[in-house]
Design a protein around this ligand. Structure first.
Ligand code: ADP
Ligand code: MG
Length: 240
């Protein structure tokens, strides 16, 4: 499980996370919503140790992420992250791109890495695109490739940061369907998203962020049906 305890984080004088508490259980899907600049992305990068924190703790399966003794490379194998955009290596095929980390980071043999990459690419519906070069694919296919690449490391947790935000509206559905499939398979996920229908549909809980504070968290019915905090109400009214 992921335990976030009173996490504070500033960039210079700007406090971006003002004491965040959140526990995500194994198998749970939590979506994070909120306005631009509210600290959603920073939270994700603090969870997998890409960013240091100023105080508080992030503990993943008993390992304190920001402790000096923590092997961050090992931790990041356990916690996959997918961003709005991932720049694949243009001179490598889709298959070669997805094989790279299992080869280099996990030290797997070429055959084993290929087996895993084919399996994950097939899983996200790209089984026919193995030998294609990334820039020949649609944005939606590229995002599914990025998801396959993260899954090829056999993570136990996945963090998704607005993975559909850079896509043409037409291509959003296929990527959300992929996330939904992972959720249904029991993957533990934290998804930052602007897709409210998706958040409502897939999450066990929805967290609303406002100016570095998690002002409200609850079931989709609670957050979308009867938001308590005025800022949540305002935000939801603005996105509807
Ligand atoms: P969100 O993902 O909710 O839009 P972010 O977590 O990206 O918000 O950013 C929160 C605030 O922190 C913003 O004001 C942003 O400009 C600032 N910020 C984010 N990353 C950095 C950084 N590396 N250096 C300085 N300021 C940053
Ligand atoms: Mg962001």
């Amino acid at each position: 499980m992921i335990e976030i305890e009173n996490v504070r984080k500033s960039f210079g004088p700007l406090e971006v996370l003002k004491g965040i508490d959140l526990i995500v259980q194994k198998g749970e899907v939590v979506t994070v919503i909120g306005g631009s600049g509210s600290g959603k992305s920073t939270l994700l990068t603090c969870i997998n140790g890409l960013e240091p924190i100023d105080s508080g703790r992030v503990v993943i399966d008993g390992t304190e992420v920001h402790a000096k003794s923590t092997d961050l490379n090992k931790l990041r194998r356990k916690v996959g992250i997918v961003f709005q955009q991932w720049n694949a290596f243009p001179h490598l095929t889709v298959l070669e791109n997805v094989m790279l980390a299992p080869r280099k980071v996990l030290g797997l043999s070429k055959d084993k890495a290929e087996e895993i990459a084919v399996k994950q690419l097939t899983h996200v519906g790209l089984g026919e695109k193995l030998e294609v070069y990334p820039n020949r694919m649609s944005g939606g296919q590229q995002q599914r490739m990025a998801i396959a690449r993260a899954l090829a490391m056999s993570p136990e947790y996945m963090l998704f940061d607005e993975v559909t935000s850079a896509l043409d509206p037409m291509l959003v559905g296929e990527v959300l369907d992929t996330l939904k499939m992972l959720a249904e398979e029991g993957m533990t996920m934290i998804c930052v998203t602007h897709e409210m229908a998706f958040a409502r549909d897939v999450s066990k809980r929805v967290a609303f962020f406002h100016q570095g504070i998690m002002t409200e968290i609850g079931t989709p019915d609670q957050i979308f049906g009867a938001p308590q905090h005025p800022e949540t109400q305002k935000f939801l009214a603005s996105v509807r």
